[in-house]
Ligand binder design. Structure first.
Ligand SMILES: *[C@@H]1O[C@H](CO)[C@@H](O)[C@H](O)[C@H]1NC(C)=O
Ligand SMILES: *[C@@H]1O[C@H](CO)[C@@H](O)[C@H](O)[C@H]1NC(C)=O
Ligand SMILES: *[C@@H]1O[C@H](CO)[C@@H](O)[C@H](O)[C@H]1NC(C)=O
Length: 622
């Protein structure tokens, strides 16, 4: 017998409903994942087309297109003043003409930039890029010897310095002059000898574009930037950023659903890839507006967001914590998304409670790395999300890691072993045609050090991220710890070898072992050094204080010193850090002498129980 139509219609409806319920129950994120992945694929196809046609539309080309399309749209808002796409287009053309006329730089040269956040950072960056030059971003906290080291690694012959960084320049100017480096300052006049000024020449330079052939790029693999990172070993190095990476990063906001009417708040330093590649690049990609801050200020944040109608902001974990430490709750704003990393779950929840439903999207990825995770669902505590589709695009694995000896575990056949779901392991990312690793400027050896070979089978190659992660049953990925010779503090990477080298110059220190310790309630790790004293010398707190003040940027100065008799070594003669890290800085648990970096007394002072408890309770600011 045939069922009346109404009956079978409702049967079909019930069936569909049941399916939908099943899907909600077992694959709750299916549609959101699908939408997200299809965006990634669309973006990937665009990059694939560039490859086929051998004509890359770079971030700068995108900017030129947007400037032609939206000339009078504000591109950068800085200290209340608005700079349109056309303004930046014209000013960066002028920069290009100044350098071209002077014969100062040629296609293929590298120009180093030592500038704080300001619109001219972008104008100089885009300006010299128009001439087909690569640009190296120098960290403005780094000084003297370390700065010269960074400058040297990227092979630049030209340095452009912001008006507010002349003190830093003065220290290294004699060395630069010895090497015939051409030095420019972003001022109209300057009394330093042998230094060129940029601003006076800009006024006379034409604002017409340099022919596009000058900057034409035929391969995505052409380097266009150098950004300094600590990697996971040794001194800071210049990571080679190719157009492929710049374009991928510029797609970040778009992949998260950003639109051209968004207003993006960038309070992070432009010399890092987050602000420059994701922030500025992402703004250009969308044709949106960004509000650039010289420095982050917790008290100005919400007033700024209201004044400029900010809808998206970039963060690091510390920044969200500072906002949560402010007295007022704030729900009167248009901010709907934050993009960044390093947010701790407690702060994340508190942020929602205080400031409303802002979707916080973590991005995981190192500057030089070939893998990236995105938590597009805004799930608390996760840095990223993986699913069936994602695994087709990105080949990565989590392998067992021996913390004590600081190396991946190898089984009897000499291969690494994958961890099971939920277990913590070292994140390795396969290096292949789709996910190449470009390494560091001027050093094949350093590049090779970041690679692991013969991991699961003979001949395979993986990029070692140096990060311990875990993946849960639902496919959410969370960050657990960082291994090796670096740690993060106040949003900057600290290279322990560099700090140890700086400490070992002090006459009473024979050897230093630098590592990071956890401080309750704080992101990252605070610097600590275990030192061995030279025989017949005594600890001089004032001298050491002066030394670290002069030689190290604030974030890498060790907050704690532990004086040891002997130093433990691993089987391969590396300093052992694991137990020291576990021990932390509690004077009750450590019998050896401990000292604390005291800025008020300008001295390393004994770390007493009361100092310890005021640090742990958060009463003492670090
Ligand atoms: C710098 O330039 C001077 C004069 O042009 C030249 O004699 C000298 O060898 C150069 N030095 C370096 C390190 O290139
Ligand atoms: C912010 O939005 C309001 C209302 O939509 C509008 O009146 C105001 O002009 C906007 N402010 C800016 C700086 O765009
Ligand atoms: C060692 O690990 C590899 C790759 O994970 C695996 O294929 C192999 O079976 C393992 N060998 C032993 C002896 O466990």
């Amino acid at each position: 017998m045939l069922l009346p139509p109404l009956v079978w219609l409702s049967a079909v409806a019930a069936g569909l409903l049941a399916l939908l319920l099943l899907q909600k129950l077992f694959f709750p994120y299916f549609w959101k994942d699908l939408v997200f992945i299809s965006r990634l694929l669309r973006y990937g196809l665009r990059l694939e087309l560039y490859k086929r046609r051998s004509r890359v539309v770079t971030v700068l080309d995108r900017f030129v297109q947007q400037a032609a399309r939206l000339p009078s749209k504000p591109f950068i808002v800085y200290e209340g003043k608005s700079y349109t796409y056309e303004d930046v287009e014209e000013r960066s053309n002028r920069v290009a003409h100044v350098f071209q006329r002077r014969g100062a730089v040629r296609r293929g040269d590298t120009v180093a930039l030592l500038m704080s956040n300001e619109p001219d950072f972008v104008c100089v960056w885009f300006g010299v890029s128009r001439l087909g030059c690569s640009v190296a971003f120098l960290n403005t906290n780094v000084r003297s010897r370390s700065l010269l080291h960074c400058f040297g690694c990227c092979g630049a012959r030209t340095l452009v310095v912001g008006a507010d960084l002349l003190d830093t320049l003065e220290e290294i100017l004699p060395s630069l002059k010895e090497d015939n480096i051409s030095v420019w300052v972003v001022k109209t006049e300057c009394s330093l000898p042998g230094v060129e000024t940029l601003l006076d020449k800009l006024q006379q330079a034409p604002d017409v574009p340099i022919p596009a052939e000058q900057r034409a790029v035929t391969s995505l693999r052409t380097p266009n930037l150098y950004i300094f990172t600590s990697g996971t070993t040794g001194l800071p190095k210049a990571a080679i950023i190719t157009h492929l990476q710049s374009l991928k990063a510029a797609g970040g906001f778009w992949a998260y659903g950003g639109r051209s009417d968004d207003v993006i708040y960038i309070p992070l330093p432009l010399y890092h890839s987050a602000a420059s590649l994701v922030g500025i690049g992402g703004t250009v990609e969308l044709g949106a507006t960004c509000v650039l801050k010289k420095k982050f200020s917790a008290s100005q944040f919400w007033p700024d967001c209201r004044r400029f109608n900010v809808t998206i902001f970039q963060y690091i974990g510390e920044l969200c914590r500072y906002l949560c430490n402010q007295p007022e709750n704030e729900k009167d704003h248009k901010v709907h998304m934050g993009v960044g990393n390093g947010l701790r779950p407690e702060v994340w929840k508190e942020f929602h409670r205080r400031f409303g439903e802002v979707r916080l999207c973590e991005i995981y990825g190192s500057t030089e790395g070939n893998i990236c995770f995105m938590n597009h669902l805004g799930k608390i505590g996760a840095v990223g999300r993986t699913d069936f589709f994602y695994k087709l695009i990105f080949k990565y694995d989590l392998v067992k890691y021996d913390k004590e000896n600081d190396e991946p575990v190898h089984n009897r056949s000499g291969f690494c072993e994958r961890v099971s779901k939920g277990e913590t392991g070292l994140l390795l990312s396969k290096v292949n045609e789709q996910s190449p690793f470009f390494g560091y400027a001027g050093s094949k050896q350093l590049t090779e050090k970041k690679l692991l070979r013969d991991v699961f089978v003979k001949g395979d190659v993986y990029f070692n991220t140096g990060d311990l992660m875990a993946e849960d049953m639902e496919g959410f990925i969370s960050f657990k710890d960082r291994i090796g010779d670096t740690f993060r503090w106040k949003g900057e990477n600290v290279a322990t070898t560099e700090v140890a080298e700086a400490l070992e110059i002090v006459d009473f220190i024979q050897e230093a072992n630098v590592y990071g310790v956890e401080v309750p309630g704080r992101e990252g790790r605070a610097g600590m050094a275990a030192i061995i004293m030279r025989p017949d010398h005594s600890f001089e707190g004032k001298k050491l204080f002066q030394h670290v003040l002069n030689h190290l940027p604030a974030y890498s100065r060790p907050l704690f010193i532990r004086v040891q008799e002997t130093m433990e070594m691993t089987g391969t003669y590396k300093q052992k850090k694991f137990r020291l890290v576990e021990n932390g800085f509690n004077p009750l648990a450590i019998s050896e002498a401990l000292y604390f970096l005291d800025y008020t007394g300008k001295c390393y002072v004994p770390l007493t129980d009361s100092v310890y408890s005021s640090i742990v309770s958060g009463r003492l600011k670090l």
